[in-house]
Design a protein around this ligand. Sequence first.
Ligand SMILES: Cc1cc2nc3c(=O)[nH]c(=O)nc-3n(C[C@H](O)[C@H](O)[C@H](O)COP(=O)(O)OP(=O)(O)OC[C@H]3O[C@@H](n4cnc5c(N)ncnc54)[C@H](O)[C@@H]3O)c2cc1C
Length: 460
Amino acid sequence: MAPASNSISSQRVAVIGAGAAGLVAARELRREGHTAVVFDREKQVGGLWVYTPKAESDPLSLDPTRHVVHSSVYESLRTNLPRECMGFRDFPFVPRGDDVSRDPRRYPSHREVLAYLQDFAREFKIEEMVRFETEVVRVEPINGKWRVLSRNSGGLSEDEIFDAVVVCSGHYAEPSVAQIPGVESWPGKQIHSHNYRLPDPFEDEVVVVIGNFASGADISRDISKVAKEVHIATKSSPDTYEKLSGDKNNLWKHSQIDIAREDGTIVFQNGKVVHADTIVHCTGYKYYFPFLDTNGYMSVDDNRVEPLYKHIFPPAFAPGLSFIGLPAMGLQFYMFEVQSKWVSAVLSGRVTLPSVDKMMEDMMLSYETLEALGIPKRYTHKLGKSQCEYLDWIADECGFSHVEHWRDQEVVRGYKRLVDQPETFRDEWDDDDLMEEAYEDFSTQNLINFHPSRFLESGR
Ligand SMILES: Cc1cc2nc3c(=O)[nH]c(=O)nc-3n(C[C@H](O)[C@H](O)[C@H](O)COP(=O)(O)OP(=O)(O)OC[C@H]3O[C@@H](n4cnc5c(N)ncnc54)[C@H](O)[C@@H]3O)c2cc1C
């Protein structure tokens, strides 16, 4: 751990966003003795888990003047990981047997995740710190502090100075759209998964879905229930062509799209040609911070947010400006918690950061390592297999414990199941041993007041 300072200071901190990241950041900041003001443009906590049937007016979300709808959640969405590994460390995401309206499944629906985040906010009295329906429109450094301009739903603007800003604004609201040769003159419809809610509009259509990870796998199967045919374009080898099992026997897996033609056809690299009505882009998102003005110091280039030390602190502005939740990994909520602990401890002076030069050096070294491994720049924040190493390193910095064995392994085995059995992974699993370990752990720490065996049999 870095050397601690003698004087512990309390800061006034602006937190942007009241999703999972902002909620736990607010809790950790307060635990460390800081005063946090949380801004969120929505009416309630939960961020992307607040489902709305509304989608954006531009289905590809390319129009910069569109009204932004924050949530990317579709009606049928269930979590893509077991609930035990999703929860915060001291507030497990376990079934609430005392409330029949709740979803007890191991992979529950999006409503259960929202309910969990609401429980968390209630338990730790976070809502009292949140200014709802208040959008942060500008953040800029000023004389060693931070100027935050916000606007509420009544049009009232506020101009305030904070000691620090913690950005928890999420990164699933600015879609990344696939570049398809010829698509400009292709006559069909296109939509990004960000604006997908229900399969109904695709009834009897021939649909091409681009992408086959979590959202792509789910959405293609959701649509196949009502569509005539669904063809999934994947990054697998150019000759890929496979009929997939499904209720209606109308689902195919292909290689990538080669070209979209004026006559309405889509040609895949495997040579197959389909006449399609709609293309659904399940192609991910871009980092986007429209409110941030650092006078050119920070930028997002090819989806790399830079410069950042450990994906959190821009060296020249550290610790006054920090980002929670940038890395893409399985252990999302857990990562928010560990990062927030570190940021809070650094802000109070309990833990110190290296010099600006050393932080830049570390960052450059990490870029060189990616390059040497042939990992494209756009994957800078994709941590994948190194997620535990990253989380444990931060935990060591701020005196937190390491990722539990069961939590790490539930992600590893959970993602393997997701890829191997995309239709059944949420209801058929082979890791009862890990689930048992998790519940024993919660029980030993008195985080749950029931015997774990009760739940090991349910949820299927
Ligand atoms: C479709 C989908 C499914 C997913 N499924 C899972 C899963 O099963 N398990 C899992 O662990 N993770 C999942 N994730 C990952 C997800 O990132 C995390 O679960 C997590 O909820 C993200 O939390 P966040 O707080 O970073 O962002 P968000 O939840 O997006 O919250 C950001 C908040 O910031 C607010 N905001 C943004 N800009 C401003 C501004 N300028 N002013 C004021 N407020 C602002 C927004 O209104 C929002 O409330 C999924 C992601 C997607 C897109």
